[in-house]
Ligand binder design. Sequence first.
Ligand code: API
Length: 246
Amino acid sequence: MTYTKYSASGNDFIIFHTFVEQDFSNKAIELCNRTEGIGADGLVALVPSNEADFKWLFYNSDGSVASMCGNATRAVAHYAYTNGLAQEKMKFLTKAGIIESSVENNIVETQMTEPKVIKEAFEEEGRTWYLIDTGVPHLVTIVDDLEKYDHDLSAKMRYKYNANVNFVKTEDKKLFVRTYERGVEGETKACGTGMVACFLRCLDLNLVDEKTLVYPKSMEELTISKINKKIYFKGAIKKIFTTSIG
Ligand SMILES: N[C@H](CCC[C@H](N)C(=O)O)C(=O)O
């Protein structure tokens, strides 16, 4: 099987396409392993669909299934276009519904799913949290210094709320985000749905504008825009390599 590794602002994925839909959880664990596998935060299998250009099966590196992954939508769209599976504007089926992405050279934009607030601001562990679903659940807390990102606190909150955990700082109406990702069980270099969750929380508080530059741990620049109540997530994508295994 041929696999292609992508980096989406440092959030990295192994992508392949196949005709046969099956459970790829164990393959995700095997191939995402950073010492004995290719190494990545997630694995995505593209399979045929009669509802969209294709359907995706998304797995975190621990083999768990997630309904959505903002950064992977950008990598998958580039993969699908360059492999002739879709045109530059495409629709694909995820467990969070149909996702629309568009490819222009190495820049990919995704229309994110409609966000759903799960729990308005609440105090816990000496912080103010906000819980929102942006395709997957995210906790958001605003800090004045990203060195306040706390791995152990993130793990505790992750398990209590079964959600990803984001620390966000605003500066000159830009966002700087650090994310503890469920299913990777640690901080990743970027998390798309997490950045969108932080954007929405900070927009509510008038800390950013409806079009905002966002910088994850990797410091690769992304843009999040709210236009007519829809959320667009845009940034560069890197194809790292293609390899055949087995
Ligand atoms: N780890 C997430 C899924 C991947 C989200 C992230 N990589 C993104 O770019 O949105 C979860 O299990 O909820």
